[in-house]
Design a protein around this ligand. Structure first.
Ligand code: GP9
Ligand code: MN
Length: 411
């Protein structure tokens, strides 16, 4: 079966690897600072509550010439939430439909990003101020090759600097800098934030934006913790500059998954000024994805449909690491001939032209359901999505990478 999957992937991603493509190797030998931003959805960007911007720093970053922003970037997580998001990014495989791969298949053979980067001479680390065994991270991280995991125990957590899930993001970043400085260069470091997590609670004196006013307590406070994390990120950028780590690094910001579930559709509809139907609900699965390259100066907002599955190939492309024998379901986001759809774990998908969910095919540009005849256009994509998800599942359930030689074409 592995060779069948291999041929499928070759056929669906003809541009891989893309050595002469746009931005190949632009970040060669640079450090990579990857920030997984908890529960952060796209609609927060450019939003306002009572006339105050929710995310002034991220809005400014998005407009910066040194940032490439993908405004149609989808999370593809399922029950494994943050851990699914990590899994997709590290492997360019889909998470499972049930359970969390981080728990159920932590001992599998993978060809994960940290392993690849280790071989290329990077020091690799994760920073996250929670218990190391949460989501079975300690076990999985060992397996996929992270050199260091700075967990809760690496931080000074006091009643003053913690609330909700634990250490607050501002203290988290501040206390991380010294560890980051000790990394051997080039390094790949992943930061996972925590403050902007359900139930989105924040001590009043730390809130710098009003609560929203709706029937959803969750949505109302969502803006306050988002604003807090926006401030924490702003401070982090400054701390990186002060520590002399900024210039030689690229910084990637990504939302891990939604924070507002469909349970809050009424309040969400009030905020958006339109009913949250399944089309809108699918579009709400967009999360920020920004690539910040200091000194780049040619950034901008791109509208291509992309997802978490594309992050690994994209990063390797930017770093100029050719992986001709890799098996990834995603594509480098800068490829000319990119796969034409992003599959969500429940079988929904988004292509440049269509949004398909709950067995309805919508015109992506208008949000209108298509007629039965027109809806036929979704069928071939739907079949590919089903095929792809099942190939990925088979790799995980059968631990199929045990039988695959990732280096074969380079020999
Ligand atoms: C826990 C944090 C949150 O360590 O990553 O996990 P989530 O509940 O979002 O999956
Ligand atoms: Mn999360």
């Amino acid at each position: 079966e592995v060779s069948e999957i291999e041929s499928y992937l070759k056929e669906t991603s003809p541009d891989k690897p893309d050595k002469n493509g746009e931005l190949y190797g632009i970040a060669e030998d640079k450090n990579v600072i990857f920030v997984s931003v908890e529960s952060f959805q796209n609609f927060l960007l450019d939003s306002e509550v009572n006339g105050t911007e929710t995310t002034p720093f991220l809005n400014e970053l998005k407009e910066s010439k040194d940032t490439i922003t993908f405004e149609n970037f989808y999370h593809q997580t399922a029950q494994g939430k943050t851990s699914d998001s990590e899994f997709i990014v590290e492997n360019s495989l889909y998470p499972l439909g049930r359970g969390a791969v981080y728990f159920t298949h932590a001992a599998n053979e993978y060809n994960a990003l940290p392993e690849i980067l280790n071989e290329e001479g990077y020091e690799t680390s994760v920073f996250h101020a929670n218990n190391a065994s949460f989501w079975n991270r300690d076990v999985m991280y060992d397996n996929i090759g992270y050199d260091e995991f700075y967990d809760e125990k690496s931080y000074e957590v006091t009643p003053e600097n913690s609330f909700g899930w634990g250490l607050e993001d501002k203290a988290f970043f501040e206390q991380s800098i010294k560890y980051l400085q000790s990394q051997e260069k080039p390094f790949y470091s992943k930061f996972i934030t925590l403050t902007h997590h359900f139930p989105f609670e924040l001590p009043e004196e730390k809130a710098h934006i009003d609560k929203y006013d709706s029937n959803s307590k969750t949505l109302n406070s969502y803006f306050q913790t988002a604003r807090y994390t926006d401030e924490a990120l702003e401070q982090f950028f400054q701390q990186l500059k002060d520590a002399g780590l900024y210039e030689d690094s690229i910084i990637i910001l990504m939302g891990d998954h939604y924070g507002i579930s469909d349970f809050h559709n009424k309040a969400m509809g009030q905020f958006l000024g339109k009913e949250v139907d399944p089309y809108v609900q699918t579009q709400l699965q967009r999360v920020p994805f920004m690539v910040h390259i200091p000194g780049y100066e040619k950034g901008g907002v791109r509208d291509k449909v992309v997802g978490q599955i594309d992050v690994k190939p994209t990063l390797l492309h930017l770093l100029g690491i050719e992986e001709s024998g890799d098996m990834t379901f995603g594509d480098n986001m800068f490829a000319k001939k990119k796969k034409d759809f992003v599959a969500l774990r429940d079988g929904s998908f988004v292509s440049e032209e269509y949004v398909y969910t709950n067995e309805v095919c919508y015109d992506r540009s208008t949000g209108e359901p298509l007629s039965e005849a027109e809806a036929e256009a979704c069928q071939p994509i739907k079949e590919k999505v089903t095929q792809e998800l099942s190939y990925s599942d088979n790799i995980i359930y059968g631990d199929l990478f045990r039988f695959y030689d990732f280096d074969k074409e380079e020999e």
